[in-house]
Design a binder for this molecule. Structure first.
Ligand code: CAA
Length: 261
């Protein structure tokens, strides 16, 4: 598969998806969303090859400065519904990917860019990162999940402040709000994300994928239902070679060798 608006690279089990439209500050149009979905599908159908995935933006200024405003300005209501549905499908696929995803937010993460980062499991930011949902400045609302995922990340009142005001937050403020885990000097951001990805990629891939699924789904469930899912998932792993290998390695005092997802 060839890409124009993103670049896609896999090395040592770590995939890197770089949104690559720096002249538009990596804004997301339909074609770019389609390419992101294509790369996610590659990651999903190649078990074992991609064990963790990093998302970042090309250039020094932006992670993703939002949905493409020039493209959206031409849409009517029916087309806008399709565009939001494409955004939802793509970000839902990212959130459900059976490998851990890490947003390395290197600059502006505004609107659809903040929404893209929030669909990742972990978010690390450079000191240059800026987060916000400025859609109300355009007479719009967040359309790629922001009204809902932001509540789950930072709580209802902070999410309301961010979305109602449309203000842009620096990386330290975003961290204090729980929108990113750590803030790093720009030159250390990718190295940090890769180091974290390598640690995760070295663990039992089926175990990590199962944790992700149960935690992600459980966050939207009542506790008894979520605990049922945990119990089933825990038991299900006992039939797998990975679990046998993990426990045998511990008992034999040797490192585990995990090969499949
Ligand atoms: N869509 C399309 N093009 C964009 C863009 C976007 N979201 N953001 C920036 N660009 C383009 C600019 O139009 C400009 O293009 P030209 O050079 O051809 O004029 C180029 O990128 C550089 O941008 P600026 O000159 O504006 O750079 P700056 O440093 O002065 O400002 C910025 C940077 C503060 C990020 C500013 O570009 C900005 O405010 N961008 C829009 C941010 C925004 O509103 N995002 C939300 C979009 S709506 C959305 O995402 C809806 C949703 O939830 C799905």
């Amino acid at each position: 598969m060839s890409f124009q608006n993103i670049s896609w690279d896999v090395a040592d089990g770590i995939g890197t998806l770089t949104i690559n439209r720096p002249k538009q500050l990596n804004a997301l149009d339909a074609a770019t969303l389609g390419e992101i979905a294509g790369a996610l599908e590659l990651a999903r159908v190649q078990p074992g090859e991609v064990r963790a995935l990093i998302l970042t933006g090309a250039g020094e200024k932006a992670f993703v400065a939002g949905a493409d405003i020039a493209a959206m300005a031409k849409l009517g209501p029916a087309e806008a519904r399709e565009f939001a549905a494409l955004g939802h499908r793509t970000l839902n696929a990212l959130e459900a990917l059976p490998v851990v995803t890490i947003a390395a937010v290197n600059g502006f993460a505004l609107g659809g860019g903040c929404e893209l980062a929030m669909a990742c499991d972990l978010i690390y930011a450079s000191e240059r990162a800026r987060f916000g949902q400025p859609e109300v400045n355009l007479g719009l609302i967040p359309g790629f999940g922001g009204t809902q995922r932001l509540i789950r990340r930072v709580g209802l009142m902070r999410a309301k402040e961010m979305i109602f005001s449309g203000e842009v937050y620096d990386a330290a403020t975003a961290r204090a709000a729980g929108l990113c885990l750590e803030v790093l000097p720009p030159e250390r951001l990718l190295e940090h994300a890769r180091a974290k990805a390598r640690v995760i990629a070295s663990r039992g891939p089926a175990a990590v994928a199962t944790c992700k699924r149960v935690m992600q789904q459980g966050a939207d469930q009542l506790l008894p239902q979520a605990l049922d899912a945990e119990r089933l998932a825990f038991a299900g792993l006992f039939g797998t070679a990975e679990t046998k290998e993990g426990m045998a390695a511990f008992l034999e005092k040797r490192p585990a060798s995990f090969t499949t997802r």
